[in-house]
Design a protein around this ligand. Sequence first.
Ligand SMILES: *Cc1c(COP(=O)(O)O)cnc(C)c1O
Length: 324
Amino acid sequence: MLNIRVERTTTPKAKPAPGQKLGFGHIFTDHMFIMNYTEGQGWHDARIVPYQKIELDPSAMVFHYGQTMFEGLKAYRGANGEAYLFRPDMNAKRANNSNDRLCIPQIPEEDFVQAIKAVVAIDKDWIPTEPGTSLYIRPFIIATDEFLGVAPSKTYLFIVILSPSGAYYESGLAPVGIWIEDEYVRAVRGGIGFAKTGGNYAASLIAQVKAHDGGYSQVLWLDGVERKYIEEVGAMNIMFKIDGKIVTPMLNGSILPGITRNSVLFLCRQWGMEVEERKVSVDELIEAQKSGKLEEPASWRRSSAPAPPPSSAPWASCATWTRS
Ligand SMILES: *Cc1c(COP(=O)(O)O)cnc(C)c1O
């Protein structure tokens, strides 16, 4: 159980107006949670403070070798005005799996959840109410030792920031064009694909830019060895319905174990649907589509958008990519 010191802002910011387009991850609330780790002392100085910049030495280890992890979940406002979180204990467990892989000290699950609940409670009025909106919660840890050697840091910061957000994808729930990437890979077994960490995203940018240039909005990743089996899409897991069964790539160490994935599979099984977690190849999907067994996605077809250009000068392309 954390002893959290609270310092409230004396200059609250204007909240987004009802109906204002929020986008994703642009707006931040009045407060943040922050806690330090020091070797020998453990996690300490849990506090909620006004949202503010943090000061780090240029040699802070996170900048150089990427020892960092993050989580992502949402708070929703219920009909009675109360804040609801969706399975935050699962995020706490996954955070510690990421921490273990990255040699970051664990945070007790109940402390992780307590920190989130405390800061969400303080900024509860920032939870948007329009359909399709929520308060996005971003817990993360960074390595802060001032040292250029390669080793696990002995000091860290754990921070939770909150961002009232709309849909993650500009197009909302409308179908989007997906580019199946067979040049670059996101992760390999034995690597850090199952951990929620910046490095996986740094590795993914180039293919994302390539897909955008070709008129596609998302990248579907294939396995890093044979580039034949489906892994996941951008920042989400993927499922198909083939011949009446729900089929999804099995967790193999290179796929991020999504809490949405876990929840959907649980519900499908509860409802008596047949669920298969196994290898799924692109060839299998094409075959299933040809024989009429691919039920979902129902509108599967080859896009008429041109293949993305080869990434001969990737930086030129990266630099001109405008974000939504
Ligand atoms: C966060 C994330 C997901 C989805 O996880 P949820 O817990 O369902 O939100 C899927 N893939 C990647 C690469 C992710 O970072």
